[in-house]
Ligand binder design. Sequence first.
Ligand code: G6P
Ligand code: MN
Length: 440
Amino acid sequence: KQSVVIAGGGSTYTAGIVMMLIENQDKFPLRKLKFYDNDEDRQNIVAKACEVIVKERAPEIEFSATTDPEEAFTDIDFVMAHIRVGGLSMREKDEKIPLKYGVVGQETCGPGGMAYGMRSIPGVVELIDYMEKYSPDAWMLNYSNPAAIVAEATRRMRPNAKIINICDMPVAIKKSIADIVGLESESDIVDRYYGLNHFGWWTEMTDKQGNDLMPKLKEHVAKYGYAAAEGEGNPLLEENSWMDTFQKAKDVYAVDPTTVPNTYLKYYLYPDYVVAHTDPNHTRANEVMDNREKNVFAECERIAAAQTAEDTTIEAGEHAEFIVQLAGALAYNTYERMLLIVKNEGAIVNLADDAMVEVPCIVSKRGYEPLCMGKIPHFQKGMIEQQVAVEKLVVDAFEEKSYQKLWQAMTLSKTVPSASVAKQILDEMIDANGNWWPEL
Ligand code: G6P
Ligand code: MN
């Protein structure tokens, strides 16, 4: 049986992860479940509800919540990390500052992602250090954003750490694809995919019998993107902003119809469209604060007051499924095939060894073994190399406390039109981030 700490106990996603863990007790049985957060009040809201949920549905699991690193990281097999350094209020700034200058405002893409990266790096490195100090054999499954920049930073700063960086977006897209091609579950899809986090392309997809799914899929994506023809399907698409992103995949696909894209490429290929369709005074952070955060916290408080979660609306987070699957593969040697963010080292043949890429890997007790995706064409190679350089420059800027490097990173991003716009955004971000950033 496993002992797990969730770092980021106060996240709006945490209760959904707990539900998912409870539902998977047959596949991934727990002896202990701990929450860790540095924001005690926020964590308490979620923890008080989860305590009730665990007591009711899986009383064999010993549950606790703490802000003390030693307590949190001692006797742990897995750290599931999804921290948001600076919280949603800093996410709001990451999104709104670039938009003032007509540039994409997004938590992981463009200048917003870089700003978030500068805050996130020390937070994630700190978690690694706690884990190595108190439970040196544990694995850290990290989906703290911006995953691409965090992965590059941990590769450099903690090269031997047992950390696996992972993102749920490919899984979320594959859920829609399974619907589109008429398969029961996304785990029935065997895919070949290459790129960076939030920046990749599928080249092949078959079902488990080897039947090619691409012709039917492409026909659909060309018309509707990853949304269902009738507009329903994936529960994610109940939110308008996700629906728009999944539909826009149609235009991203049109640029290279030999592959099918990750939805995040819309920010790089259609930044003008994205800016035109974003309200600069009400961004995704506001949507999340007004909806998900309010609803989840109100429900948590209701459960804590009632001391029962029998009729709760909190559901097993679909997006948490992949993290349980990954932990299960590592613990029980399942040799599952999953997309992970790993050192390139030949996985994409004509790309630098030290790029952090997202490719299929075989996961077992040994850890992960990346599969070789071969050589990639000019279009993707050009885009990927530009974006790798941006991510590396951000980590350079962090390590060297370099204004110049961060200005170069912002200037180089495909989402930013010029060095002068990059400079204005950067200067405003330095002010907004204060002590969250090293002094440049
Ligand atoms: C997807 C991405 C994550 C991102 C999240 C944002 O799940 O893979 O990297 O953090 O979307 O979702 P939100 O609902 O907070 O905008
Ligand atoms: Mn992601």
